[in-house]
Design a protein. Structure first.
Length: 114
């Protein structure tokens, strides 16, 4: 099983980034996919999830700015991040979950700074 996240980088406040996470070794369409983040000195926190049935869930801090989506044909989940703020700076991790099975990607770093 491999979850490979990419798309992070340095962006100015107010800018946008799109993260991608490509999964292999799992029945992707069955999995709830999610993005989590961990800022320096803080615990990892939920950003957004998208279920197999396409229902979504967002942290209050990103509602209206971030959009999670998935492409089951490409085994890929995306996180479109708009109107980025310095407090969005973190390492972003991809997660796949199905019943008791859960897998994590390696993380991609997002830095929001002028």
């Amino acid at each position: 099983v491999q979850l490979q996240a990419f798309g992070g980088g340095l962006v100015q406040p107010g800018g946008s980034l799109r993260l991608s996470c490509a999964a292999s070794g799992i029945s992707f369409s069955r999995y709830t996919m999610g993005w989590y983040r961990q800022a320096p000195g803080k615990q990892r926190e939920l950003v957004a999830t998208i279920a197999a049935g396409l229902s979504t869930n967002y942290a209050d801090s990103v509602k209206g700015r971030f959009t999670i989506s998935r492409d089951n044909a490409k085994n890929t989940v995306y996180l479109q991040m708009n109107t980025l703020k310095p407090e969005d700076t973190a390492v972003y991790y991809c997660n796949g979950r199905f019943w008791s099975e859960a897998y994590w990607g390696q993380g991609t770093e997002v830095t929001v700074s002028s």
